[in-house]
Design a protein around this ligand. Sequence first.
Ligand code: FAD
Ligand code: PHB
Length: 393
Amino acid sequence: MTRTRTQVGIVGAGPAGLTLGHLLQLEGIDTVILEDRSRDHIEARIRAGVIEQAIVDLLVEAGAGERLQREGLVHHGIELQFAGERHRIPLSDLAGGRAIVIYGQTEIVKDLIRLRLEAGCPLHFDVEDVSVHGLDTERPLIRYRREGRDEELECEVIAGCDGYHGVCRPSIPAGVLFEFSREYPFGWLGILAEVAPSSDELVYAHHERGFALSSLRSPELSRLYVQCSPDEDLAEWPDERIWDELQTRLGLEGWTLAEGPILERGVTGMRSYVCEPMRYRRLFLAGDAAHIVPPTGAKGLNLALHDVRVLAEALADWSRSGSTAGLDAYSDTCLRRVWQAEHFSWWMTQMLHRPEDHDPFDVRLQLSQLRYVTSSDAAARSLAENYVGLEMV
Ligand code: FAD
Ligand code: PHB
């Protein structure tokens, strides 16, 4: 067994773990990042694509936003489609000039991995059997196997950035965490297609056959989703069926959706989940390890990066001054934003998805809500400021 030491042991090299490692490196704090998947795997995983202005600013200020600034597409509005019409929500006009940037999560991950490896900071892929120990002590440990050898990492603090299915949260003793969750009776079938996007802005469509979303990754790549069941079998969705469904749900008089080769496809179930607090002694949970939102509000990635910004500042303050005030406030500070995003994501989800039983009462309420949001300045402003990201700590 090889034993090494670090200040902050980070479990998981998703956006949360990699960004935390980068921010702490700027503060002169030693970290080791452990990831149980391969570099190829995490650099190919297609996930989120809408980045809030504040998160763009965070990455740029941290020196990790050079390609994001060059290749990211700034959007100032989104469209809501229902009852055969599209209505634009002018996000920037309604939310103090703030915008969103379209840039794939995968690209952020690639940028952060490259910077970390160039800086020579430890980032170990393909580690096996990761487990955390000694959470009741001042020196918690992470054990894992790397290249066939057992290793032990002694840490001052462990950051659990290992996503919803990770090992950190379940290692917290029973009875400590309160968990809140909701499963939705639907999922999203998502594709990445090699074709120029057919609309300039994202289109969120309410349709009697179910929700659909037209998004993009670049001027040459479209990202499209249709509502499906949470355990949908992809084998039942040949390309023609996917395009037919997208054409029907996003279809409008005088507009057609351009089709192209499908490069990637997958089904994502939808759930809301929060655990409180996001900390147990010297173990801090961040990102999907602590909370999940349904993707309708495009908040998952953004929340993960807000968490690690707060955590990095608190750890830097602790390291500099010995004060634990920031660490003690970490969970409460993050949870205020988390619950705001939970509410917004739940609200967008229930407004836009075909209810399970297609109850006509629910559908009338959805249409009424959509009409209100697209006709009242106050309601549109509320959607806009949540979508671009609320200004709170
Ligand atoms: P993750 O990205 O999950 O990263 C966790 C990392 O920890 C992973 O690399 C994982 O391999 C690693 N790990 C797990 N267990 C261990 C272990 N035991 N040891 C070591 N490493 C471990 N959000 C949106 O806003 N829009 C979307 O369209 C969207 N689509 C999504 C599609 C899918 C399939 C999923 C799962 C999520 C999606 N999300 C989306 C949510 C968004 O991608 C997440 O909120 C974001 O990835 C959170 O980042 P994270 O770093 O907290 O977690
Ligand atoms: C995406 O581009 O993948 C995307 C955009 C908006 C969402 C969810 C996903 O709400």
